[in-house]
Ligand binder design. Structure first.
Ligand SMILES: Nc1ncnc2c1ncn2[C@@H]1O[C@H](COP(=O)(O)OP(=O)(O)OP(=O)(O)O)[C@@H](O)[C@H]1O
Length: 321
């Protein structure tokens, strides 16, 4: 969907990004991560030509991005940023409708789309559509920013620290919503963050940058278990890699499906990291696992957390005691 071929960008003769090769597949959730000044935002902004690259080629849907008008690119790519950039004198509805208005959608269609997006981001449409940005909390403004980026159903969603400056609870809620939107829509998403847990939770593929170059790219599990060098190991925090790996697995995948246990079940989509906390808090070594409707899925054993292969627990010889 988006390809970088030997792309470089210089500011005042100094490289911000150098010889970047990157292939972002359609439908993939890619997270660009790295230390401050490593070139994440520059990389993202070159995709929609907010920053023009100096060398190499960037392709979008097979064509050089220079063959598109910047306006066309920006209509086909939603863009959400930390500072939100909502127009202060426009209502929530007018803000969300920016691109549909440019595309001259009929009024009724715009109205329906605004309603749909507000509901998708858990904002009551009747209550919020007529408000102005200053009448919203920071988290609500961020939601409107994401809704605006999604408004014209873009093929690609570019997000630059969209949940920065939010409290951890709101941040977690918005991360869940983005993950859900990605699952529902299958849209290509490129997100910039310096939050390692956010990257691990959301990414299909993580691209780790340092000083304008890619140090390593791959699935979260790949970067955690096979770091290319000491920088990668250090970046992901060598001391709690085990805990981070637990964050990538779900209780439902590891549960012993043939077993049943009385008691309050943990949700199948709970991460193993959260399950570890439950084991400790409940002082138990086994936990029942339930699906979204509360039906039993199986039983998770504390020993399953140290299964180094991460393979699904076998039911061939269920532990029945
Ligand atoms: N408009 C600009 N003019 C001059 N230098 C710039 C400009 N934009 C970025 N840079 C420089 O390019 C390098 C990469 O910046 P970039 O914003 O892409 O990094 P980043 O990884 O997104 O950092 P952060 O996490 O701090 O936002 C930095 O050294 C930065 O100072």
């Amino acid at each position: 969907m988006i390809q970088f071929q030997q792309v470089s960008k210089y500011f005042h003769g100094k490289p911000a990004v150098e010889d970047l090769n990157l292939n972002i597949a359609a439908g993939e959730f890619t997270v660009l991560i790295g230390t401050s000044g490593s070139g994440k935002s520059t990389t993202l902004k070159m995709i929609n030509r907010l920053i023009e690259h100096d060398r190499g080629k960037i392709l979008f849907a097979g064509d050089e991005i220079h063959s598109f008008k910047p306006q066309e690119l920006r209509r086909r790519m939603g863009y959400a940023i930390q500072s939100i950039g909502l127009f202060p004198h426009w209502t929530v509805e007018q803000n969300i409708a920016t691109v549909p208005q440019l595309l001259k959608w009929p009024r009724g269609k715009i109205r329906d789309r605004v309603t749909e997006l507000l509901e998708l981001l858990h904002l009551d449409a009747a209550q919020f559509r007529g408000r102005y940005p200053h009448q919203l909390s920071g988290g609500q403004q961020q939601r409107v920013g994401v809704a605006r980026a999604l408004a014209a159903d873009p093929e690609v969603l570019l997000m630059d620290e969209p949940f920065g400056a939010l409290d951890p609870v709101t941040r977690g809620a918005l991360q869940l919503e983005i993950a859900r939107i990605h699952q529902l829509s299958g849209r290509t998403i490129v997100l910039v963050t310096h939050d390692i847990d956010e990257a691990l939770a959301l990414a299909d593929r993580i691209v780790l940058l340092d000083q304008g170059k890619i140090v390593q790219q791959g699935s979260p599990r790949h970067l955690l278990t096979q770091p290319a060098n000491a920088f990668v190991r250090h970046f992901f925090g060598q001391n709690d890699i085990g805990i981070k790996l637990l964050g990538l697995g779900a209780a439902g995948d590891r549960a012993h499906k043939g077993e049943r246990l009385e008691g309050k079940g943990i949700p199948a989509d709970m991460t193993l990291r959260e399950a570890l906390s439950e084991f400790v808090a409940r002082r138990t070594e086994r936990l029942p696992v339930v699906d979204a409707s509360g039906n039993a899925v199986g039983v998770l054993h504390i020993g399953d957390l140290v299964n180094p292969t991460g393979e699904e627990a076998s039911d061939a010889a269920p532990d029945t005691h």
